[in-house]
Design a protein around this ligand. Structure first.
Ligand code: ACO
Length: 383
């Protein structure tokens, strides 16, 4: 068999569809959500407004933001069936598995009563409403996961707090300092959307079969969990814990590179000269370092970045500053990737809506390179 010459392993460089949701431009190192630079959104908007932008294409008016907040606040509480499902899981279940399971349970509840696969896809209005409810429900799920592992009861949401402040309230049971809320809100905005990354593409593949929104999100969570994608923010913290101190960076890197280890939080499929989101998240991390008076965190991260960039010319991605930022806020390391889920669910669902609106089944081809045709011994064809 002649080897096909046009295989794009990992779909690298392949443009599979158009999208109006975000534009990643590695040449100018920019990321636009619906035309707006993500840095400007992170500096000025509450996360709810960015969610609206991703779903609708425009930033909300004051009335639209109030409507979204009303709906979001109405669905913040941890649903009893969802809590019961999480409580069935072993205490040492990885929180990404908890979140995946919880979204699956929510999907089953949302689509209960639908008795034909022909109807599971839902109307655009159904799917927008489901998206908002899922966005609203995820903080309680992530927060409860961390609290359950610490032997603590869930905390009821607070109607007087915005999304980011309420998320921290439900996790820690105390009102966070505005500096911390701002850094957390920025991280949620930066993680929200990034065109056809692996998890978003997964969600679009599932949607393209006319399956339902929650099945697409469950599949996307599975894709995000891997350390080459969202799992890297957790992995960054393991790396920092392993190194321990800025003075050990050189020796640690010698060893890690000799073992051909990938250094988590560095490199990107699209950005080859630095991730557009890093300066904004780095500034948020710097603010947290000052707020919590933890210069050791800055020293270690700066030392690792400087040494790795000098040696390999590979730059940090968003997970590099966000991992230690989440650790400073008080999130358990295992909770970092679920935080990514809580944010990216906005981008995923915007893509699900977009895919459904002009659908084509996503079904690529493969080049077979297995054994040539052969036959089962003793097989006699029917006469
Ligand atoms: N550490 C060490 N070497 C690296 C790293 C890294 N973090 N990233 C890339 N390289 C090297 C590869 O080993 C490879 O070297 P080679 O050509 O000598 O074999 C070369 O750079 C190209 O790397 P690929 O993995 O082929 O590039 P690709 O575009 O497929 O991968 C990826 C991008 C998966 C993100 C990669 O850089 C990586 O594994 N990084 C670590 C995981 C990570 O941080 N993921 C987060 C992604 S961003 C996000 O989800 C917010």
């Amino acid at each position: 068999m002649t080897a096909p010459t046009d295989i794009k392993k990992g779909l690298a460089g392949v443009v599979v569809d158009t999208t109006a949701i975000s534009k990643v431009n590695p040449e100018t190192n920019s990321l636009l959500y619906r035309g707006y630079p993500v840095q400007e959104l992170a500096a000025t908007q509450p996360f709810e407004a960015v969610a609206h932008l991703l779903w609708h294409g425009e930033l909300p008016t004051a009335d639209e933001l109030a409507d979204l907040r009303r709906e979001e606040r109405a669905h913040r509480a941890l649903a009893p069936r969802v809590r019961a499902a999480i409580d069935l899981l072993p205490l040492d279940t990885h929180p990404m598995d908890e979140v995946r399971t919880a979204v699956s349970v929510i999907g089953a509840i949302e689509t209960a009563g639908i008795d034909s696969v022909l109807e599971v896809g839902g109307s655009p209005a159904d799917n927008l409403a489901r998206s908002i409810r899922l966005f609203a429900a995820l903080p309680a799920i992530v927060a409860y996961g961390q609290r359950r592992r610490r032997g603590l009861e869930p905390i009821e949401p607070r109607d007087d707090l915005d999304y980011a402040a309420n998320f921290l309230w439900m996790t820690f049971g105390e009102e966070a300092d505005p500096v911390v809320v701002d850094a957390f809100n920025r991280s949620m905005i930066l993680y929200a959307e990034h065109s056809f990354n692996a998890s978003t593409f997964t969600a679009r593949v599932v949607t393209s079969t006319l399956s339902d929104l929650h099945s697409a999100v469950v599949a996307a969570i599975g894709a995000l969990k891997g350390p080459l994608h969202g799992g890297a923010n957790e992995a960054v913290q393991h790396t920092l814990d392993e190194i321990g101190d800025a003075s050990r960076v050189g020796a640690w890197l010698d060893d890690a590179l000799a073992q051909k280890r990938k250094i988590m939080g560095f490199g990107h499929r699209v950005y080859k000269r630095g991730d557009s989101r890093v300066p904004t998240m780095q500034a948020a991390l710097d603010t947290l370092v000052a707020h919590y008076d933890r210069p050791d965190v800055a020293e270690l991260t700066h030392a690792l970045e400087a040494e790795f960039v000098a040696r390999k010319g590979i730059y940090p991605n968003l997970d590099f500053p966000s991992g230690p930022a989440y650790a400073l806020i008080g999130f358990d390391t295992l909770t970092f990737t679920p935080l990514f889920v809580a944010s990216r669910v906005t981008g995923w669902t915007a893509h699900i809506l977009e895919q459904a609106a002009s659908n084509a089944l996503i079904r690529p081809l493969s080049a077979y390179d297995g054994p040539a045709e052969r036959h089962v011994e003793g097989y006699v064809p029917d006469a």
